[in-house]
Write a protein that binds this ligand. Structure first.
Ligand code: FDA
Length: 378
């Protein structure tokens, strides 16, 4: 073995694929029973509808190198992501755009009129001098839109009143003064035609790659454990950086999500893939309805059943799946301390969202793995 990769998410698999193609023998371990990390998906057994196990995953990128690379393993559907939100039982388009504004104010403002209105309403606070998230939000888009679409949704995401949250959590709240409600601005977007797992499996399908599942790097009874391998073979580690050092500098804090999945005896539950729930009296943040991610599969998906998933957000304990870095000042100090420790590890390369403690979209995880391969490992 020339390289050990810990974690079979997009970061780990990109490294493994590049190394294998360059003639290296690679072992990939993952503590889960499946490959693919958080992008893993599987067909719900009763309906055959593809469900993204760790939350909805939409691929998008403006990076030509990443786009060329991912197209080696899968084709993409022409899916374009759009999100709506339910506020007081009325549905509005997101991100906030002229359609949202005119529906909310029951008006027919032109782009310039809407811009002027939001500018006046935002004058209540100076966004740059804001003391907390609420002041920042009002200073960016004005109180009416902030209270309807941002305040309670953010409070649900963080289990914290926005007046107690740091202003830095939001740097901008984009408002579009036209009717464009495409969620992403990227050059390319789409979903893998035959699913995430098929894509991921093709990346790992190389004679030089051996994948071992249900293997935890910190389980000393496994042959490819930390004690047995560090210093013996180059390692790319994509698990949590604090866990690697046995929490010597404390735990880095994360938010996690709980998902409640249901198969319903209706052909169409909400008419769209993602519906946010903006208000405080609804405990979940959003509902996904997976069949709408693949309208091109209409002939193979049932027309009398659907799969929905409610998403609930909360702070993570050590045993929970870490999803979004909380990134408090203590976390940032802890991360710097871990980066110092990491420098002392012989030939261990920390990568991916857990290994670097940062939120990475899939294209960013793949892009940074390609850079690590080219700059440090090749
Ligand atoms: P990832 O977490 O995928 O993989 C790490 C792997 O390491 C895991 O499989 C884990 O089991 C394994 N591991 C950890 N510790 C280990 C140990 N001790 N021993 C062995 N294995 C270990 N992106 C995007 O582009 N569009 C989107 O719509 C979304 N949506 C989205 C929703 C939600 C809820 C989240 C949390 C994230 C997204 N993402 C996303 C981001 C996407 O999930 C992310 O880019 C990839 O998961 C990053 O891949 P990594 O390989 O870095 O981590």
């Amino acid at each position: 073995m020339d390289l050990l990769v810990v974690g079979s998410g997009f970061f780990g698999l990109t490294i493994a694929e590049r190394a294998a193609s360059a003639g290296r023998k690679v072992a990939v371990i993952d503590r889960r029973h499946h490959i693919g990390g958080n992008a893993y998906s599987e067909d719900e057994p009763e309906t055959g509808i593809e469900v993204h196990r760790y939350g909805a995953h939409l691929f998008h990128t403006s990076n030509p190198t990443v786009w060329e690379y991912v197209n080696r393993f899968t084709k993409f559907t022409p899916y374009v992501h759009r999100v709506y939100t339910n506020h007081r039982n009325v549905v509005f388009p997101l991100p906030i755009n002229l359609g949202t504004i005119n529906q909310f104010f029951q008006a027919a403002y032109t782009p310039d009129e809407a811009r002027q209105l939001i500018h006046e309403q935002a004058g209540e606070f100076d966004a740059k001098a804001a003391q907390n998230l609420e002041e920042r939000g009002i200073g960016l888009i004005g109180r009416p839109l902030y209270e309807a679409f941002i305040r309670d949704y953010t409070a649900k995401q963080w289990q914290t009143d926005p007046t107690e949250l740091p202003a830095e959590i939001i740097s901008r709240l984009p408002v579009r003064y036209n009717y464009d409600n495409r969620y992403f601005n990227d050059t390319w977007e789409g979903l893998p035609v035959d699913g995430y797992t098929a894509w991921i499996e093709r990346m790992a399908d190389h004679p030089n790659i051996e994948v071992k599942l249900s293997v935890d790097f910190f389980d000393d009874s496994q042959p490819l454990n930390k004690k047995a391998t560090v210093g013996q073979v180059p390692i790319v580690y994509t698990g949590p950086v604090d866990r690697y050092f046995d929490y010597a500098e404390g735990s880095l804090s994360w938010r996690t999500l709980d998902f409640e999945e249901q198969v319903l005896p209706v052909g169409d539950f909400q008419g769209t893939p993602v519906m946010n729930y903006a208000d405080a009296d609804v405990p979940y943040t959003r509902i996904h309805e997976f069949k709408h991610f693949h309208p091109e599969r209409a002939d193979r998906y049932p027309n009398d059943k659907t799969v929905i998933m409610r998403e609930f957000s909360r702070f993570a304990n050590r045993d929970d799946e870490p999803y979004y870095p909380v990134n408090t000042p203590e976390d940032r100090a802890g991360l710097l301390a871990y980066r110092e420790l990491a420098k002392g590890e012989s030939d261990v390369h920390f990568g991916g969202r857990l290994g670097t403690y940062q939120y990475l979209d899939m294209h960013m995880a793949i892009g940074s793995a390609l850079s690590m391969w080219n700059n440090q490992l090749a």
